[in-house]
Every structure is written in C-alpha cells, then in structure tokens.
Ligand binder design. Structure first.
Ligand SMILES: [Fe+2]
Length: 287
C-alpha cells in the first residue's frame, strides 16, 4: 500500500489518552460514535475513559459486540446493518485483531448494497475509522487488511479505505492480558516482522519496520511478560511496527499455511503462524 497513507496516520495517546480522545472528538465534531468492542472492554482503563467521555461530552455511543474471536462474515454484515441504522459519524474499534477486523469490514460493507458484496469494487463510505488496540500482536491498527471467515474458510479483505485514519496508543490495556494471550499475540507480531523481511515484496521501509520489531521483541519480551510498564509500551510499539511492515509487503507462506492448521486444530492465530514459521525459518534464511 502507499507509504503516504502510513505516514499520514494520526497517532494519539502519547501523553494522555482520555484528553487526546476528547480533543479529537471535539475537533471533528463527532456526535454519534459507533463503537466496535468486546464485552469486557469496560473493565479496561480505556473502557472507563470512554464511559466518562460519553457522559462528559454528551455524545451518543452505540456499541456493537456481536463478533467472534475469528469474526464471521455474517457478523460483520450484521454490524454494518447496525451501523447504517445508527448512522454514526465515526467508527471506533477497541480490542484485539477481531474487533479491528470487524470494525474495518463494517465500514467497508456499509458502502456497498448487501446483495452486491464481493461483486463490485469496495468504496470508501467516508466515515473515519479509529483503531484502539488492546493487545500487542495483530498490528491491524496499521494495516489495510481484514480477515473474516465464511463457512469456516478464510476470507481476506483488503482496501486502502480501511487503513485506520487514527490509531490510539494505549499500552495500559496490555497489563490486563493473560500471559498465554500475551504470548500468542506476540508470536503473531514476530511472524509479521519475519515474513515482511523475507517477503519478495520487501523494500527498505518494510525491512526497517520488521527489524525494529524483532529487535524490540527480543529485548523486551521477558519484561513484558512481567508487566513492566516500559516493556508494555515497547511491545505495543513493536507490534505496530510489525503491522506497518506487513501493510507494505503483505504476509507470506507462514500466514497462508497457518490458517488451515489453525482451523483444523483450533489453534490461536499467533501459535499457528509461529509453528509454521519455525519450520520455514531455516529455508528462508538459507543463502
Ligand atoms: Fe497475523
């Protein structure tokens, strides 16, 4: 995808997440917010911030939580119906890769008549998309990709219009992740970085992002597992760098082979990609 889009993404959260979000909502005159988030998001600091923002600013928030860990096509269609009925000014996805991918597809599907989905080119519905990741792994907050499942089969969706206009860095959420979840998400980020480096589409920027991600993961993963706050931020950064790397190159065989493995054995995405990449690594790095 175009490098300009990656560079144009607005990043909030460097200082104070809640204040910066409020400023952004006020500046953009958003009054009706369509929120795509799982049921447990209100337990996180960002969930509490959001509840306060809603009350303090008198905005209307419609929350959609009807998606699975591996989001299904019909769930995203249902979400786009809810979004159209609500008629929101903005779509904000808060969560892991599933929330991000569902939010992206809601945006994309709402611009196309339902009976024409996958038959006509995607269009931009003109509604801004904001991504607030609460895990460190998918990198979806900085990619133009989404994955859905139709009858158990993977459906890859790509369009520049779903590249998030704004992303919010909020490493506070990472402290609430169970250790196993941290590990499988991190293996996904590591897979993105590795695949972006050995991909035949790799260019200087993707090499740079991928290398930064790998070095940061190797330096900080142990401290991250122990919830050290500097490490939470470093790992959030690394996962995002890895996301940017695959935004340029796309993923490779590691991901392609992992989907079947994941579906057949019910493995988490990051575990499946790392199992495949462990086998591919000696082949891809052989001179
Ligand atoms: Fe992935």
């Amino acid at each position: 995808m175009r490098k300009e889009l990656i560079e144009a993404q607005i990043v909030l959260g460097k200082d104070d997440v809640k204040r910066e979000l409020k400023d952004s909502i006020r500046r953009n005159a958003w009054k009706r917010i369509f929120l795509v988030a799982g049921n447990s998001f209100f337990k996180l600091p960002i969930g509490r911030d959001f509840a306060e923002i809603e009350e303090e600013m008198g905005i209307t928030v419609e929350k959609f939580s009807g998606f699975s860990v591996n989001p299904k096509l019909e769930e995203a269609i249902e979400g786009s119906r809810a979004f159209k009925a609500f008629s929101g000014d903005v779509i904000i996805a808060i969560g892991g890769g599933s929330a991000m991918d569902t939010g992206k597809c809601i945006k994309l599907f709402s611009a196309v008549p339902e009976e024409k989905l996958f038959q006509v080119p995607w269009q931009d519905n003109g509604v801004p998309f904001v991504a607030i990741p609460t895990t460190a792994g998918s990198g979806s907050e900085s990619t133009p990709f989404a994955v859905l499942y139709r009858d158990g089969e993977k459906l890859s969706i790509e369009d520049e219009s779903i590249y998030p206009l704004i992303r919010v860095e909020d490493a506070r959420s990472l402290a609430f992740l169970p250790l196993y979840q941290k590990k499988v998400c991190l293996m996904d980020a590591l897979s993105h970085a590795m695949e972006a480096i050995w991909c035949k589409n790799s260019v200087g920027d993707s090499m740079y992002y991928g290398k930064e991600a790998i070095e940061t993961i190797l330096d900080f993963y142990q401290a991250y597992f122990e919830n050290r706050s500097d490490a939470l931020q470093k790992i959030a950064y690394a996962a995002n760098q890895a996301g940017k790397a695959i935004a340029i190159t796309k993923t490779t065989g590691g991901h392609a082979l992992s989907y079947k493995l994941g579906t057949l054995f019910g493995l988490p995405h990051g575990l499946a990609t790392s199992l495949v990449n462990k086998e591919l690594y000696p082949l891809m790095t052989r001179n």
